[in-house]
Design a protein around this ligand. Structure first.
Ligand code: G4P
Length: 526
């Protein structure tokens, strides 16, 4: 098969949600439909358990297991589907943001009762930054929840998506009978009162047809007709091209747990979701069907075996065809390297792979040389830099507790930062190092790993900081005044970008007012 045909078959996406909305359940059901797993429970058992939130070793162990589910590939209707898993645990939110740079589209799961939650907003913002096409799945329709129209309003207002329902619920909670699939103009119902069994879809070309009344009862039928009429009046007609540009989001309703609406979602997904997309490098736009191979690392998974510092770097193939044992350029170090045991992922199995195409994810064994964002090419100098860092929530000085092991500590800290475990800021005035994290859990992880993998001991000291703000200057004079007045709050991130460590929201606001020639960003990419 030609390169372009192989690439056109690929659909690489992520499922995102606020924890507990049903991401794991939906992933599992998609894998079941795709024949990639035979029984429910296979993915779920790998999920970080809620009860383990305070026990980081347990979480790390579970993360170790979940390397198998980091990427789940399967074939469905002659498409090759790659689902990239995103950790649900909030302390690992940065992992999720980075994974989102490697997907070509996402499915956003929302709990019908809870609506838009904080994590949903943040994740959707990351998708909108790069116009990633979003499909919405409203889950748990078997439970009482918000009115469907109110919920869609909430999604539009809170996360700024333009929506277009492609399915519509018939009843909800106790009265949930099934869904009308606007996309394929068919209706799918539960069998009798038993919510375990689902009828075959019945095609309904015209919802005015009296067959609808026979199927769902007169009351529900006329309500559905009214609602569909309202939808047609209020929402735009679906257009796949507008969706693929990230400007229109189709919405599906269902219940992942009960297998309801999942098939419809998948069938529509394979038809409309984008194939691998071009990616911006600093030098140029790289197109997937280019002959020459290129890829970038979006995630590094450390092995929990303390005796081996081996890691697995996950790289998304951006263009061309990756081959095992071929020499590629590791752009940052300008070194040639080849991989004798690259991995691909099929459901829960890892396999050594000979070939991978644009859109695919390959796992590259690494002994500590790779960094998030690294590029591999056939020789060209390409830099894929759009891996955002967000301002951390927690900040602490890191101190060396064993002067004999300063080298080990520095190396360990560098490598852990390359893996993306946390962010490092170095104060300009005295060179002291500050570790910034999303969750407090990471401090324990870092301390433990430094000791067990690098033989270094560290302790922390609180660093009072409200937000790390990346500084952009439009005015040289303002910049130099700002540098003088705020010197003790200035730091450098790992790319040597200037960062203002604002100690309170008040001081940030005052600084913003005083230096209008500067912009302060809460993320490293602007
Ligand atoms: P997450 O990955 O987004 O965190 O969510 P997950 O799939 O783990 O689902 C969270 C909880 O919601 C689970 O229950 C799951 O069974 C339930 N759930 C998922 N989809 C539906 C649905 O369509 N309807 C209903 N009623 N519940 C749903 P749990 O009790 O927390 O876990 P478990 O004991 O069932 O594993």
């Amino acid at each position: 098969m030609s390169l372009s045909k192989e690439i056109a078959k690929r659909r690489t996406f992520g499922i995102i949600s606020h924890p507990d909305a049903g991401k794991t359940t939906l992933t599992e059901k998609l894998l079941l439909f795709g024949g990639a797993i035979q029984e429910a429970g296979a993915v779920k058992s790998n999920k970080i358990k809620k009860t383990a939130t305070s026990d980081f070793m347990e979480i790390e162990k579970q993360r170790g297991i979940s390397v198998a589910t980091s990427v789940m590939g399967f074939s469905y209707k002659d498409k090759r589907i790659n689902i990239l898993d995103t950790p649900g645990h909030q302390d690992f939110a940065e992992d999720t943001y980075r994974t989102l740079t490697a997907v070509d589209s996402v499915i956003l799961v929302i709990d019908v009762a809870k609506g838009v939650e904080t994590q949903t907003e943040k994740l959707a913002e990351v998708c909108r930054m790069r116009d990633t096409p979003i499909m919405v799945f409203i889950n748990k329709l078997d439970r009482e929840g918000k009115d469907a129209f109110d919920l869609l309003d909430e999604v539009e207002q809170k996360i700024g998506l333009h929506l277009c329902p492609l399915s519509w619920p018939i009843g909800m909670g106790q009265d949930f009978q099934g869904v009308y699939d606007i996309w394929s103009q068919s209706i799918k119902l539960y069998l009798g009162g038993n919510k375990q069994k689902i009828q075959e879809s019945v095609k309904i070309d015209n919802i005015a047809d009296s067959i609808l009344d026979e199927m769902v009862g007169q009351k529900a039928a006329s309500q559905l007709r009214e609602e569909i009429e309202l939808i047609q009046g209020v929402y735009p007609t679906f257009d796949a091209e507008t969706y693929r540009k990230g400007q229109l989001s189709p919405v599906f309703f269902g219940s992942a747990l009960n297998n309801f609406g999942v098939n419809e979602l998948l069938d529509c997904f394979v038809e409309i979701a984008p194939s691998p997309q071009p990616k911006k490098a600093e030098e140029r736009l790289v197109k997937p069907e280019e002959e020459n191979f290129s890829a970038f690392v979006f995630k590094i998974h450390a092995n929990m075996d303390p005796n081996h510092r081996n890691r697995l770097a996950f790289a998304k193939v951006v263009s061309g065809n990756f081959e095992r044992n071929k020499n590629y350029l590791h752009v940052r170090t300008n070194k040639k390297m080849k991989f004798s045991a690259p991995m691909t992922f099929l459901a829960s199995k890892k396999n050594v792979v000979d070939n991978a195409y644009a859109g695919d994810i390959v796992g590259l064994p690494d002994s500590g040389n790779f960094r998030i964002g690294d590029a591999f090419t056939e020789g060209e100098n390409l830099h894929f830099r759009d891996i955002p860092s967000f301002s951390p929530e927690h900040f602490r000085f890191i101190n060396n507790d064993d002067p004999m092991k300063a080298k080990q500590l520095n190396k360990g800290v560098d490598q852990l930062m390359d893996e993306g475990v946390a962010q490092l800021f170095t104060l300009e005035t005295n060179g002291r190092k500050i570790i910034g994290t999303v969750g407090a859990l990471q401090y324990e992880v870092i301390q433990y790993r430094l000791e067990h993998e690098y033989g270094a001991k560290c302790s922390y000291e609180n660093y009072p900081c409200h937000k790390a703000c990346w500084v952009e200057s439009h005015d040289e004079q303002h910049l130099s005044e700002f540098r003088m007045q705020k010197s003790r709050y200035l730091a450098r991130d790992k790319f040597d970008q200037l960062v203002f460590m604002a100690d309170s929201s008040f001081s940030l606001q005052m600084t913003q007012e005083k230096f209008p020639g500067l912009s302060f960003h809460f993320k490293s990419e602007f």
